[in-house]
Design a protein around this ligand. Structure first.
Ligand SMILES: Nc1nc2c(ncn2[C@@H]2O[C@H](COP(=O)(O)OP(=O)(O)OP(=O)(O)O)[C@@H](O)[C@H]2O)c(=O)[nH]1
Ligand SMILES: [Mg+2]
Length: 298
């Protein structure tokens, strides 16, 4: 109950933005070209990209025709099922252990906070977890992660500020192996995708895991701030080219009406959204569930 309430509350702004516009449209009556045009406009203004909005309309149009629907009202539940089907296109698989998760993203998107929440999530699954403070760029970054480690009561591996991030990762791996820890969570410094040196550093961290922790299931997750809307899409492209992404974590959905971006990310990149952040508290990170998400916004 608490979990779903968090999600429902967290997505309030997105729901209000989409629903208020859709309600008027769906009660207006006849199913004609004008209706579809207006619906496309509503989708685009809800931060669904133009390409994705057109794909949705096309599917909706052909299915409504096949089912011989006559009124806009009937189309509402069809829209829901079209959206759920699109979101379920990418399968969200269970994790395999031992697991190594590398968390990357631009500055301030919520990487470190998400790491703390993930530690708590894995703890709730009774998985032993260790945090790796590979953001050595700022001393405060390590301190921030130490705080999370204390709150969740998990181990943390850290070095001095300015140390080589890959060296911290190397030690983290050694510790995970020695203590047979099931989950290794690696925090990294925020970086813009056009900073070549920093992107090279990420590749080095990634190679360190691949070479030294062969037995682990290694996954790279990009953290995106939902409030940035369409901007998030270009971040997916650049980080995927640099390190090869396995999934997305979308944060700050509670502070924005731009939740429609979820649909574009899945439709355009074929990458699963693994978790969504709907607040700053430990339990405000939820495994993404397509049906739950659509039920909470429509
Ligand atoms: N409302 C809300 N705030 C969040 C969420 N996730 C993170 N934040 C906030 O976002 C801010 C930045 O979070 P950090 O975890 O420090 O971000 P970061 O990506 O590690 O930042 P850098 O290490 O500087 O790149 C903090 O104030 C967090 O509390 C979320 O899901 N919802
Ligand atoms: Mg950080």
């Amino acid at each position: 109950m608490g979990f779903f309430k968090n999600l429902f509350d967290g997505l309030r702004r997105t729901r209000e933005a989409i629903s208020s516009k859709l309600e008027a449209l769906f009660t207006s009556g006849e199913l004609n070209d004008e209706f579809y045009e207006e619906l496309e406009y509503v989708l685009i203004s809800s931060d669904i990209s133009v390409v994705t909005a057109q794909e949705i309309i096309k599917k909706l149009h052909s299915q409504a025709k096949a089912q011989k629907l006559k009124t806009t009202k009937e189309v509402k539940s069809l829209l829901k099922s079209v959206l759920i089907e699109m979101l379920q296109k990418v399968e969200v698989k269970e994790f395999d252990y031992p697991l190594a998760l590398l968390i990357v993203g631009v500055n301030g998107v919520g990487k470190t906070t998400t790491l703390g929440k993930l530690a708590s999530y894995f703890k709730s699954l009774k998985k032993q977890t260790v945090l790796v403070a590979a953001d050595t760029f700022r001393a405060a970054a390590t301190e921030q992660l130490v705080e999370w480690a204390k709150r969740v009561d998990v181990r943390i591996i850290k070095h001095e500020a300015g140390a080589d991030p890959s060296a911290v990762v190397f030690d983290g791996i050694a510790s995970a192996k020695a203590k047979k820890t099931e989950v290794l969570l690696i925090d990294t410094a925020g970086r813009l995708h056009n900073k070549v040196g920093l992107m090279e550093e990420l590749k080095k961290i990634s190679r360190t895991v691949e070479k030294n922790y062969e037995e682990a299931h290694f996954q790279k997750f990009l953290v995106l701030d939902a409030t940035t809307g369409q901007n998030a899409l270009s971040q997916v492209k650049y980080f995927d080219e640099a390190v090869g992404l396995d999934g997305i974590i979308l944060t700050k959905l509670d502070g924005t009406a731009k939740g429609g971006i979820v649909i574009s990310i899945i439709a355009e990149f074929n990458l699963p959204i693994k978790f969504i952040g709907v607040g700053e508290k430990l339990d405000d990170l939820r495994p993404f569930d397509a049906k739950e998400f659509i039920d909470a916004i429509l």
